[in-house]
Design a protein around this ligand. Structure first.
Ligand code: SF4
Length: 477
């Protein structure tokens, strides 16, 4: 099966010439230095016309800073330039279009992730996405891809970062590419594609793990590409740890240009060492995520080991509901033989890792995984509320009565449900949180309400993710 070509990164960039790609690679490095290296930035700003030798010392060639400064963000109050503002700045325009291309691709992926062959899964997925849309802030919602499946190829992570939002356990086991494991892996991919279609391409092969811990990592990714037509993104926090591993990854990505990879950069020293080790062109398809700069520290999820970190004490305002759990689907660990159905949520005491576990199981062969997925799609993804389900609004929503209906709000969103004579009564019954669906209907019929219309309203609340989900961990969300 091959992915729809409009979703492949290589198709998005094929209109860009090799010379343009070269200059884009250098502009990218220029912005990495401007953003992550205060010394570099100060020197450039104080001597823009004479900063050529400084740029070259950081491996930046052929870049004209004067064409790019309009695109360098200094604060959220400054308006982003438009294409027409950049007509006399060809390098600025090139970079602007490159960034827009990436944003467009990301949007396309997000739209794609509820397009599996299974109607129940798609409805469930959309409901969780709707819930996240009102439960998480804009920053998080813009970042979440809502991948339908993610794989882990080790148990645990050797890096043990103090800020790990997923609280990865220490490395215990690697899933090597033996003949037997390779067969199992390919069968697992077949099962995933059978149930989730080409949305499997939105997945990755790491989670609370670092890819560099598995020496055979690229062999698994190569199979992934053969089965789905998509060679998934790789993110590592240790690009300098095993240089040959990283060189192989960069070479692999040049051959299989369906996505970009990411290096998490943990310090200024790390950024400088990465720039010394790899040329700008080598890193064209590798995004450097500068975890150590203030804006990124502030945006770090308050989950896992970072749940009670000291960033707030350092005076940085943080996004308390941010989560990095970008999966609304199956999390499959090949080393442990475990599978969980999960979806993102704000980190909390009942969901400290920033995701809900809807159900979980084990498998020792692809048949068992197939069965698990089929059963969970049948049993954990109801298309509507059951007659014995207790109806209640999500815990994070404040209920308020309006003149002709009711309102559900939290700090991010306000949902108004208005316009029907029965809504005040219905809202009151659901906000009580102790009646089943059939009891609510019984009470509503005492008011001579149009029961079909009431059912439609309840179904709408359910689809919008505004009702508490009984399949989620903790029983209520
Ligand atoms: S942040 Fe990533 S690399 Fe660090 S411990 Fe967690 S999973 Fe491992």
């Amino acid at each position: 099966m091959a992915l729809s070509s409009s979703l492949l990164y290589q198709d998005y960039i094929k209109g860009t010439s090799p010379d343009e790609l070269k200059i884009i690679a250098n502009i990218k490095r220029f912005f990495e230095c401007m953003t992550g290296d205060p010394e570099f930035r100060a020197e450039v700003e104080s001597n823009m016309s004479g900063c050529g030798p400084l740029l070259e010392s950081r491996g930046v060639f052929g870049v004209d800073p004067t064409q790019l400064m309009a695109l360098f963000s200094r604060g959220s109050s400054e308006a982003e330039p438009s294409e027409s503002d950049l007509q006399d700045k060809p390098q600025g325009l090139l970079w602007y279009r490159w960034c827009k291309t990436h944003e467009e691709l990301r949007r396309a992926w997000r739209k794609r992730s509820d397009g599996t062959p299974n109607k129940r899964f798609n409805q469930w997925h959309r409901r969780q996405v709707n819930r996240c849309g009102s439960q998480l802030g804009n920053l998080t919602n813009e970042q979440l891809i809502h991948a339908t499946v993610v794989f882990e190829l080790t148990q645990g992570c050797s890096l043990q970062c103090p800020f790990c939002g997923l609280a990865a356990e220490p490395l215990k086991k690697v899933f090597p590419y033996t003949k037997e494991n390779a067969r199992l892996w390919r069968e697992v991919l077949d099962v995933s594609v059978k149930h989730l279609g080409d949305t499997v391409g939105t997945g990755v092969c790491y989670w609370a793990t670092d890819p560099t811990d598995n020496p055979d990592y690229l062999k698994f990714v190569a199979d992934y590409g053969q089965k789905t037509g998509f060679y998934p993104q790789t993110t590592t926090s240790a690009p300098l740890r095993k240089l040959q591993w990283t060189q192989d990854l960069l070479g692999f990505r040049r051959q299989h240009n369906t996505s970009v990879d990411r290096f998490s950069v943990l310090s200024l020293d790390g950024l400088r060492r990465i720039h010394k080790t790899f040329s700008a062109e080598e890193l064209l398809f590798t995004q450097l995520v500068l975890q150590y700069i203030d804006v990124m520290k502030k945006a770090m999820a308050r989950s896992g080991r970072n749940r009670h970190s000291e960033v707030e004490q350092e005076g940085l305002e943080t996004f308390k509901d941010h989560t990095i759990a970008c999966v609304t689907g199956y999390l499959i660990n090949m080393a442990k033989g475990t599978v969980r159905l999960i979806s993102p949520c704000p980190p909390s005491e009942i969901a400290p890792l920033g995701y809900l576990v809807h159900t979980e199981g084990r498998f020792s062969n692809a048949g068992e995984l197939d069965e698990f997925i089929a059963e969970t799609m049948e049993n954990c993804m109801p298309e509507h509320c059951g007659s014995e389900d207790i109806l209640s609004f999500r815990c994070d929503l404040q209920y308020g009565v309006l003149a002709n209906g009711f309102q559900l709000s939290n700090e991010y969103k306000s949902h108004k449900v208005e316009g029907k004579p029965y809504l005040i009564k219905l809202g009151g019954l659901i906000s009580g949180g102790d009646l089943t669906f059939s009891q609510v209907l019984e009470e509503m019929s005492k008011e001579s309400a149009d029961i079909l219309a009431v059912i439609t309203t309840i179904q709408k609340l359910f689809s919008q993710g505004l009702l508490a989900d009984k399949t989620a961990c903790g029983g209520r969300v």
